[in-house]
Design a protein around this ligand. Structure first.
Ligand code: FES
Length: 266
């Protein structure tokens, strides 16, 4: 089904910590078509001197086909998200979505690894739930500056994922330590596919490990966008399809935001 250009009703819009808010909106029946890794473009309200012009892309944190509710977790950082943060229950929010290509899971997978940092964890949580519904075992490595900034742990625990929390303050999020942890996980239980979002540093590591392990892997890229529908080409990134092929430019909003991790130039 094509994306809907519509108006949603805000159900709630709450702070989850000092930087992030969680907004729940009713988008209607299109909620049933949302795939993990897809995003919506949201029209953020203009407030005071903040005059966001373009809609802002937001990864879906949760979509419920029965209640028609879609949830987003967002960091309040600029004019768009400051406007979004002012919305109250009952107010309208214009949206375009769902957009882009989401994560893929193959039916023969037995065990996947998801590695996320910051709001990237929000993007990966629906994937873990989808994998669990397919009886695929999930191991999750959740990374943040400190334990207070870790988010969405419950979403991974709720699907019986094996969860490892790594943080900067105790050094456990260092790339070498995460690498050793993943090698140990793979030795005990072969990883069929790796998924990541939220950190270039971790994406580079996982790209290298996907090659070493000879397994599948996908990364959800974060990129500034304008139109969000493939028209303006402001979101292009270099992609290498096949070892001997030249790099090509692909639109993150339209060809992604999820790409094969071995093809992305990081
Ligand atoms: Fe316009 Fe991607 S944002 S082409």
């Amino acid at each position: 089904m094509a994306a809907v250009d519509g108006k949603s009703k805000v159900i709630s819009n709450q702070w989850v910590n000092d930087n992030y808010k969680h907004i729940v909106v009713d988008v209607g029946p299109i909620a049933s078509k949302v795939q993990p890794g897809q995003f919506f473009n949201l029209s953020c309200p203009q407030v005071g001197t903040d005059k966001p012009f373009f809609r802002r892309p937001m990864s879906t944190y949760h979509a419920d086909k029965n209640t028609h509710r879609v949830e987003f977790l967002y960091k309040v950082t600029g004019a768009g998200t400051r406007g979004l943060a002012t919305l109250k229950a009952g107010e309208d929010l214009s949206f375009l979505g769902p957009l882009g290509k989401g994560f893929s899971l193959k039916s023969h997978y037995r065990h996947i690894l998801v590695v996320g940092r910051g709001v990237g964890l929000a993007t990966l949580a629906p994937l873990a739930e989808h994998a669990s519904s397919m009886n695929i075992q999930v191991t999750a490595i959740l990374s943040a500056q400190d334990s207070g900034r870790l988010m969405s742990q419950h979403r991974f625990h709720d699907v019986n994922a094996t969860v490892f929390e790594v943080t900067d303050d105790d050094g456990s999020s260092e790339v070498d330590k995460v690498k050793a942890l993943i090698e140990e996980i793979n030795q005990k239980n072969k990883i069929d596919s790796i998924y990541t979002c939220g950190s270039v540093r971790l994406s580079k590591l996982l790209q290298q490990l996907a090659i070493t392990f000879d397994c599948d892997g996908e990364v959800a890229l974060e990129q500034h966008m304008a139109c969000g529908i493939g028209m303006c080409y402001c979101c292009v990134r270099p992609i290498k399809v096949g070892e001997k092929q030249p790099q090509v430019s692909k639109r993150v909003c339209y060809d992604g935001p999820v790409f094969q991790i071995k093809e992305v130039v990081l």
